[in-house]
Design a protein around this ligand. Structure first.
Ligand SMILES: *[C@@H]1O[C@H](CO)[C@@H](O)[C@H](O)[C@H]1NC(C)=O
Ligand SMILES: *[C@@H]1O[C@H](CO)[C@@H](O)[C@H](O)[C@H]1NC(C)=O
Ligand SMILES: *[C@@H]1O[C@H](CO)[C@@H](O)[C@H](O)[C@H]1NC(C)=O
Ligand SMILES: [Fe+2]
Length: 429
């Protein structure tokens, strides 16, 4: 209760601050109310909170929750069949203070064909509702939806509506999902809110500060809910932690880093990243994309100087630069900002493009104060809710677009063509 009240107080405080913040030009929409999505299942064994994530190039992990124990069985098949194959996985649960989670089921299915719609049913006997997903393509083009700091407000809903219409193949999320902040029912509510999208396309996520949920003396283990609910394919990439991992999809090597896992040069994450980058073969994956939560580059006044930004950048920027990473996405700052190619705070043609996309729609509202004057390396910045799409057309070209939720319409507000380092002889490693 106390935690709940403190969160509410913080929430009101933040809402207050942002509403009195008068900003130039654009008439910025205020934060919107929180949504709580109730369980509409027919009974306690009804599947809910269904989401999928890629495991290797041709497998998929199906995750869902039931209020009471049920079988972790998935029946699936290429559309229109939903029962050509089946697989059974595992069930787990967790406790957080007085909260007991439902049964969390996960099953890895496959091998699956690329760019193919599959139907699936959950449970044994299979529950009547049939879900479907489309596997990502095995080669270019591929379209990623990119959205950070989602939360579960009316703005989140608006963002998700736009993402749903974007015809994306895979969603990548640089941290801060549910904004449950210790109130575990909100993880369930978030799972229900995103299910219509996350049950249809792989959602690949990494953690933000709102996933930590560590309470000294009371609940000392961090990431309990996040790790139990959002199992990402870390084992397959040689990582020992769900907080950082990588995978290949359609010629793109995606690296999810953990801003809230140790990142110093003697940390397991650092050593894993070094090895992972060494293994990248630009013939097979011409593009390398990295996601973090706390941005290394930001000219917003919010979250300046945090160790997860400055310390991680000091530790890992050289690795990403030397490996010629193409683009780095971050969240945390609730706004949009795109930098030019940078390295060590200066424009550098061989450095990654850094993009902050922490504007998914969470209840804390927008971070609308910027450092003045705008640094030359910042190309575009604006505090509005929205999402991005990265459409990788071929081995050399990709189009990045930021879509602003302007009064519920998705408006293209920033767009650029990116060329890959694999196609750029002047930045040979
Ligand atoms: C799959 O479903 C179809 C249509 O309902 C049915 O005819 C078929 O026997 C089922 N196959 C299996 C293996 O259960
Ligand atoms: C990279 O992959 C290509 C194609 O699969 C292969 O021919 C080449 O030998 C690989 N390069 C290295 C350094 O392993
Ligand atoms: C890659 O796509 C870009 C943009 O559409 C196009 O200009 C270029 O010719 C393509 N390259 C190849 C090798 O097809
Ligand atoms: Fe954050």
């Amino acid at each position: 209760m106390l935690v709940q009240r403190m969160c509410m107080l913080g929430f009101l405080l933040i809402v207050g601050i942002f509403q009195i913040d008068v900003v130039y030009g654009y008439n910025r929409p205020p934060p919107r109310k929180n949504l709580v999505i109730p369980n509409s299942g027919q009974n306690s064994q009804s599947p809910q909170q269904v989401h999928i994530s890629a495991v290797g190039q041709n497998m998929m992990r199906i995750s869902w929750i039931t209020d009471s124990p049920a079988s972790a069985k998935v029946s699936y098949g290429p559309s229109p069949s939903a029962n050509a194959s089946s697989a059974t996985g595992t069930t787990s649960s967790y406790r957080f203070l007085l909260y007991n989670s439902g049964s969390i089921h996960e099953v890895v299915i496959g091998p699956l064909n690329p760019n193919t719609v599959y139907n699936y049913n959950l449970g044994d006997p299979p529950f009547s509702q049939t879900y479907n997903f489309k596997t990502p393509p095995s080669q270019f083009p591929i379209k990623f939806a990119v959205v950070g700091d989602l939360g579960q407000t009316d703005w989140t809903k608006s963002t998700l509506d736009h993402v749903a219409k974007s015809n994306y193949d895979m969603l990548i999320l640089p941290g801060d999902l549910a904004y449950a902040d210790f109130i575990q029912n909100l993880w369930d509510s978030f799972g229900r809110l995103v299910e219509p999208l996350a049950s249809q396309r792989p959602w690949m996520v990494t953690q933000g500060n709102h996933e930590v949920e560590k309470l000294p003396l009371i609940h000392g283990t961090p990431f309990t809910a996040y790790n139990a609910r959002w199992h990402m394919p870390f084992e397959e990439s040689g990582s020992t932690s769900n907080l950082y991992y990588s995978f290949d999809v359609a010629g793109v090597h995606v690296i999810m880093l953990g801003s809230y896992a140790p990142f110093d040069s003697s940390s397991p994450q650092f050593n894993w990243l070094k090895t992972d980058l060494q293994k990248v073969n630009r013939t097979n994956t011409p593009w390398v994309v990295v996601l973090i939560h706390a941005p290394w580059y930001s000219s917003n006044t919010a979250h300046q100087g945090e160790f997860e930004s400055t310390g991680m950048k000091a530790s890992m920027e050289d690795l990403l630069f030397q490996a010629r990473v193409d683009v780095v996405f971050a969240g945390h700052v609730h706004a949009y900002e795109r930098f030019t190619r940078v390295y060590k705070d200066k424009a550098d043609n061989c450095g990654p493009v850094h993009i902050t996309i922490g504007d998914g729609g969470n209840r804390e509202g927008l971070a609308s104060k910027y450092i003045d004057p705008k640094p030359d390396i910042s190309m575009f910045r604006e505090a509005s809710f929205g999402h991005g799409t990265l459409e990788i057309v071929n081995a050399s070209h990709a189009q990045w677009t930021w879509h602003q939720n302007d009064n519920d319409e998705a408006v293209v507000s920033d767009s650029m063509w990116l060329t890959s380092f694999s196609s750029n002889p002047s930045c040979k490693q």
